[in-house]
Design a protein around this ligand. Structure first.
Ligand code: GLY
Length: 438
């Protein structure tokens, strides 16, 4: 089957590999030629992913039978609706359904209307003085969010990017003046985790949990990035997420899919729940309407079921099963020095692919071109897959030494020490955990 993959990052390199592994004849469109995808693809179209007319033109020219959308930006523009109008089935939510990610006020309102578990207190403000007096009356730390897509960089939390509620009010005012609206939420304390599921609008199939490292620097410091790495455990859980909290989080995702159906905005595709495991249980921080990047690179190498079968099942409403190998994974991303604020661009890096293959690690390319020139975002990911987290981390770490250039990465991704730090936080909340579950 001829499958078009839209997008050219590390996430898409993993999706493309899983599609080819399941027998797809792969075609790719993205704004740069990803060297990993270029080797997998029968043909490659260079076009902005949000230029829907041109993407459809490529698809029709190649006789594409199914489209798979990687990133959120084309979903926001309604790429799935456009493919469907052309009679080409597509994996991903429609423009309306993608609002779960692209309009944070829509997502929170849906959770309230259908009483989806894992809610938190929120308000949307258009008026600066109303916003200021609500935050004063509320009195506890808040989170300030722009309503639309920000590449993970617009959300600011009191105690982290904002010193106190005074700074929160100033930032919220700035957003009202810029966007006309702002979302204010109560701050939830705990440890974050990623829960991704496949859904055809009715059935919901779980993937292993993963944990992302969104901060640029070791020890969880520095600016928020798209994610500097992530890990997952052979159990499919995380060492600080007990089964009963996993079940609650799954209940939230199932209730979300059901609510979207009742709401007249049925959701098909990959649904990503970014949860905070709080003292009271899992709370939704955000939904994403696609695979996580890097978290796609944790789960897709473990997928035993054909991704092509899953993709067809999502598109035609006949989703069957999704089985994963019981292994641990560690993804470490290499990003240009200065990323995310002032990344080095236009310089070449050296990748010893043969040496990386010898370590047993998987290698995915992202924001880098076929001449191995850095394009300014996360560039290369290495992935260790093994029976235990310790072994997987070692494999990824060995591989990373075979990439040379103006790059940096987080040594602590998936290390025992960093995992134990998260366990300690949950222990302070009186949560049980199994330290040997990874
Ligand atoms: N890793 C976070 C995201 O994909 O949005």
């Amino acid at each position: 089957m001829k499958v078009l993959l839209v997008g050219g990052g590390g996430r898409e390199n993993a999706i493309g590999e899983a599609l080819v592994r399941s027998g797809a004849e792969l075609y790719v469109v993205s704004k740069h030629r990803n060297p990993g995808l270029a080797r997998l693809a029968n043909d490659y179209g260079l076009v902005r992913e949000t230029d829907i007319e041109k993407v459809i033109e490529f698809a029709k020219g190649w006789g594409i039978e199914l489209a798979f959308i990687g990133p959120e930006a084309p979903l926001e523009k309604g790429i799935v609706d456009s493919f469907e109008r052309e009679g080409i089935p597509a994996v991903g939510p429609t423009k309306e359904a993608a609002q779960l990610e692209t309009n944070k006020a829509f997502a929170r309102a849906l959770m309230e209307k259908y009483e989806i578990p894992g809610r938190k207190l929120f308000r949307v403000f258009e008026d600066v003085s109303e916003m200021r007096s609500w935050i004063d009356d509320f009195g506890r730390p808040v989170v300030v969010k722009p309503l639309g897509l920000t590449g993970g960089k617009g959300v600011k939390v009191v105690g982290y990017q904002l010193q106190d509620n005074e700074e929160a009010k100033a930032y919220a005012e700035e957003l009202i003046r810029k966007d006309g609206k702002v979302l204010i939420e109560e701050r939830t304390d705990g440890v974050e985790f990623t829960f991704q599921v496949f859904t055809d609008g009715k059935r919901v199939l779980s993937m292993p949990l993963a944990q992302d490292y969104p901060h640029a620097y070791e020890g969880d410091g520095g600016p928020i990035t798209g994610g500097m790495g992530s890990y997952s455990c052979s159990s499919g859980l995380l060492p600080f997420v007990p089964r009963k909290d996993y079940e609650k989080a799954l209940e939230t995702l199932k209730a979300t899919v059901e609510a979207m159906r009742k709401n007249g905005t049925p959701y098909r595709g990959i649904l990503y729940g970014q949860f905070m495991l709080s003292k009271e249980g899992p709370v939704i921080i955000e939904y994403n309407a696609r695979f996580g990047d890097p978290e796609a690179m944790n789960v897709l190498p473990l997928l035993k079921t054909s991704l092509l079968d899953i993709a067809e099942g999502i598109a035609d409403g006949s989703l069957g099963k999704a089985e994963f190998e019981r292994k641990a994974t560690v993804v470490k991303y290499l990003a240009p020095k200065g990323y995310p604020l002032n990344p080095i661009k236009g310089v070449k890096v050296q990748v010893d692919e043969k040496a990386i293959a010898k370590t047993g690690a998987k290698l995915y390319y992202a924001s880098i071109d076929e001449n191995f020139t850095l394009l300014g975002s996360r560039a290369i990911a290495v992935v260790g897959v093994a029976g235990t987290l310790g072994e997987a981390e070692k494999i990824a770490q060995n591989a990373i030494g075979h990439v040379k250039g103006e790059l940096f990465y987080r040594r602590d991704v998936g290390t025992r020490e960093s995992v134990e730090r998260r366990i300690r936080t949950m222990r302070e909340f009186g949560k049980e955990f199994d330290p040997n579950s990874c």
